[in-house]
Design a protein around this ligand. Structure first.
Ligand code: S3P
Length: 431
């Protein structure tokens, strides 16, 4: 993909697209397949840069992984089959690879070194380093293990009961995976709000017993994973860009096929409904472990709302595109309790506010979110940037559908991280 793109207004968006596989689930399928015994086949795997970083890291630990367009095959030899990597584990731009893999290598009897790109080097890791140290792993890294590069010496661990200060599926997953490497003891994670539960669901699909209640999840150590086949649902976080586009571009109607609607991820649907969008959800019969639906959206009159509390973890990755949605809603939209935005691929409070302001939006950042006042006619004739953040890039590309003058988008290739055929889909729908 070219790094600079000139984007212009569209008359309407119309048609049907199949959303690419879920990023969170694709990562987990490769990781769990790698520590399971036997052959795991993964279909609808997301061929984005982040998930390919996970593939490359586990190959470096001796796992046989074949990637083809139709299916990714992982031949695992159990946890014991992982080998000490001779090379650095490079996670690229991927926070999920970093944090979940830390939980896995913490329980393996070898040394490994994790490094990533410029953005990863700024993302906080002590939220994982600290609990893993409490379990017995030896971890060092820049600023006492807060940032990459990280060096980890793993081995037999002891269980903990951990009250996580943040609602984070990456933290929860790292601790549960490490918990599998304790001797028959229960490891429990308690969160302030429920985060996405893909790890819990997928561990069960791999034959592990996981206990869950409203805000906690736990596993007993010593359980092993048995290979299984995984169909990855379409990523609702990717679908979100076209859901919003369908709602705000005049005269549009878009059908999105096979979208994952795990209830821990559907905050964007709640927001669209609350704002008054015309949206239809046609749920498929419950799939093996993650629910799926076809979703139809059309242009709608929208009103501003407040988004806060428990809803935030269910839509944390969708906030950039929700901010754009709010510019087209009548009245004020307030987003709060979302300070986690500051430690994503970019500081998403800053990048959303700066780039949408360049397009004429009325938006101001707060300490834990933003306030947007609509409805605003967005203007083009501006140069904006993704700042290397895939979700900022896609949000700006959807904004360009509305502006009379074109927009120049810098660093557009960042979008490859989670949605490599995003522009193909956008031009297919553009009429
Ligand atoms: C993810 C969890 C979320 C999310 C990220 C993917 C995961 O991060 O923002 O894109 O796959 O577990 P946090 O766990 O930091 O909230």
């Amino acid at each position: 993909m070219l790094n600079k793109k000139v984007l212009s207004k569209v008359n309407k968006l119309e048609g049907t697209i199949e959303i690419p596989g879920d990023k969170s689930i694709s990562h987990r399928a490769v990781m769990f397949g790698s520590i399971a015994k036997g052959k795991t086949e993964i279909r609808n795997f997301l061929m984005g840069a982040d998930c390919l970083s996970t593939v490359s890291c586990f190959k470096k630990m001796g796992v046989e992984i074949e990637v083809s367009k139709e299916v990714v095959t992982v031949k695992g030899n159990g946890y014991e089959g992982l080998k000490e990597p001779k090379d650095i584990l490079d996670v690229g731009n991927s926070g999920t690879t970093t944090r979940l893999m830390m939980g896995i290598v913490a329980g393996a009897p070898f040394h490994s070194c994790i490094i990533g790109d410029e953005s990863i080097a700024k993302r906080p890791m002590s939220r994982v380093t600290n609990p893993l140290r409490m379990m017995g792993a030896t971890i060092d890294g820049r600023d006492n293990g807060e940032y990459t590069p990280l060096s980890i010496r793993g081995g037999q661990l002891t269980s903990i009961e951990y009250h996580s200060p943040v609602a984070s599926a990456q933290v929860k997953s790292a601790i549960l995976l490490a918990g599998l490497r304790t001797a028959n003891e229960e490891t429990r994670v308690i969160e302030p709000h429920k985060s996405r539960d893909h790890t819990e669901r997928m561990l069960r699909a791999f034959g592990v017993e996981v206990n869950e209640d409203e805000l906690s999840a736990s596993v007993v150590g010593g359980q092993s994973l048995k290979a299984t086949n995984i169909f990855v649902p379409g990523d609702i976080s990717s679908a979100a860009f076209f859901l919003v586009a369908g709602a705000i571009v005049p005269n549009s109607r878009i059908i999105l096929k096979n979208v994952g609607i795990n209830p821990t991820r559907t905050g964007i649907l709640d927001v669209l409904n609350k704002m008054g969008a015309s949206i239809e959800i046609d749920q498929h019969e419950e799939s093996e472990f993650e629910p799926l639906a076809d979703i139809t959206i059309q242009t709608s009159e929208l009103k501003g709302i407040t988004i806060e509390g428990d809803l935030i973890p269910k839509l944390i990755d969708e906030i950039p595109i929700i901010a754009l949605l709010a510019t087209q809603a009548e009245g004020e939209t307030i987003i709060k309790d979302a300070s986690e935005l500051k430690v994503k691929e970019t500081n998403r409070i800053d990048t959303v506010v700066s780039e949408l302001s360049k397009l004429g939006a009325t938006i101001k950042g707060t300490d834990d979110g933003m306030v947007i006042t609509g409805k605003t006619k967005l203007t083009g004739n501006a140069s904006v940037s993704s700042f290397g953040d895939h979700r900022i890039g896609m949000m700006l590309a959807i904004a360009a559908c509305l502006t009379d003058e074109s927009i120049e988008l810098q660093d557009a290739s960042a979008i490859d991280v989670s949605y490599p055929n995003f522009f193909e889909h956008l031009s297919l729908l553009s009429k």
